[in-house]
Design a protein. Sequence first.
Length: 89
Amino acid sequence: MNADHPEDTLLIVRALGGRPEATAARMTGLDGTAGEYSATVAGREVVVRIPWSQPITERAQIRAEVVRLYRQACERLGVPPRGEEGAQP
């Protein structure tokens, strides 16, 4: 996630983590109820927890939930999801 999609992680933290001023973000952990991120805000690292839509009990659920968060963040920020730049909402 961090190496492949840093921009996506930043969108999630800005839109869903209450840190619209974040300039960088990376996922640092997760549990069954939320993902944990480290965000750079005003030059300082802050911890941001973003809850899953439902409890996660299986590893395979993580990817689906992160994709859902990404799409929700794009919608909230009015940014087309990657690969859908020309698509109409």
